[in-house]
Design a protein around this ligand. Structure first.
Ligand code: DGY
Length: 353
């Protein structure tokens, strides 16, 4: 549809994208912007009412984009642009059926999430939650320094610690960026299990390039099955997309195979790790600790949640991409995607469906 101001396409935006990005939409007189301006999760009823007749939507991952919403929007809807790399909240086949394009925000958040993944690994291994709790509760004066108090497994392999195998569930951009950060920690062995549908020839080529890039530090990089990832990882990063094919990939059976001193990090999607099983694994000490940025059912994770009760579970409220730089880039890309699709152009980052 031409952006000539005569027939203004409506764009529904489910979160205020801030003073640097909103003007990209609001300053244009050839579109009508309808914004959920409240600083809270967009009300579903409001959305169902306001999406009627929209041409584009800019959403965040807390909005379920399903048949009900698409029906409410009607045939005018051309694009759903999400300010996220994950798209578990979007019922992709429903959009494909209706010829609605999907924009998302890959790449721009890779570094921020890789940074926080390493932080979570360190926090989980070195008992950050328990020990910070001691200070916060005013118990430091009573917790005398002792030679082996509060010790945990070391991430780096310098000094006299044994070598560490780092494992990944999913080996996409964020996993590779995480590995890159771990090379200076002395990691020599890396295993991963990833999407069985991506061609093995291209994986082989990619792995050879990675090995070459980190030579001689990185000695081995192997694609393996999930059982091997569970059994051999000292530090396991869950960075695989969510959705039905990865739901509860990390369950009781998986966790029972892990090493006693291993730590698990989840900065991917909460649905991949079964919360009750992880809480049990921590409680019964099958593994050492966990660092998680995502939890199934979030944001409904209150004080009574089984994982919140576990002292060795370091939990962040889904802030993996929350750096100023990254969120600005994500919001800008989400708007650019939406505007490009409305103008019938190539989107800077369109989901290949
Ligand atoms: C994403 O982009 O999918 C993240 O989980 C949100 O920061």
């Amino acid at each position: 549809m031409p952006l000539d101001g005569t027939n203004k396409p409506k764009v529904v935006v489910t979160r205020d994208l801030g003073p640097d990005v909103m003007p990209l939409l609001t300053k244009r007189d050839d579109i009508e912007v309808v914004l959920w301006a409240d600083d809270s999760v967009c009300d579903r009823q409001w959305l169902l009412e306001n999406v009627k007749g929209a041409t584009g939507m800019v959403v965040v991952f807390s909005e379920l984009v399903d048949a009900e919403l698409l029906d409410a929007a009607g045939p005018s809807l051309k694009v759903v642009s999400t300010m996220s790399v994950g798209y578990e909240h979007i019922h992709v086949p429903e959009l494909v059926k209706r010829n609605i394009r999907i924009g998302y925000t890959p790449d721009v958040l890779t570094d921020a999430v890789a940074d926080i993944s390493v932080m979570l690994a360190l926090m989980a291994g070195r008992n950050a939650r328990e020990t910070m709790g001691i200070v916060r509760e005013g118990l430091w004066p009573r917790s005398i320094w002792a030679p082996f108090a509060f010790c945990g497994p070391q991430l780096s392999t310098s000094g006299n610690s044994a070598s560490r195998t780092v494992g990944f569930l999913g080996f996409g951009r964020i996993s590779q960026a995480t590995l890159k950060r771990l090379i200076p920690f002395g990691v020599t062995d890396c295993i991963y299990s990833s999407n069985p549908n991506s061609p093995s020839a291209s994986k082989k080529e990619r792995d050879e390039a990675i090995l070459k890039q980190y030579s001689p530090q990185l000695k081995s990089l192997r694609g393996v099955d999930t059982d091997t990832v569970a059994r051999e990882s000292d530090v396991l990063f869950v960075l695989t997309p969510g959705g039905p094919s990865t739901r509860h990939l990390v369950n009781e059976e998986f966790l029972r195979k892990m090493k006693e001193h291993s730590v698990i990090v989840n900065a991917g999607r909460g649905t991949v790790v079964e919360s009750d099983a992880l809480a049990k694994a921590l409680r019964e000490k099958w593994i050492w600790g966990a660092g998680i940025d995502v939890v199934e059912g979030e944001p409904n994770v209150g004080k009574d949640h089984p994982l919140v009760k576990e002292p060795r579970c370091n939990i962040l409220p889904h802030i993996g991409s929350a750096s100023f730089e990254t969120r600005l880039a994500m919001a800008t890309l989400a708007v650019d995607n939406c505007l490009a699709a409305i103008g019938g152009q190539n989107m800077p980052a369109e989901l290949d469906v």
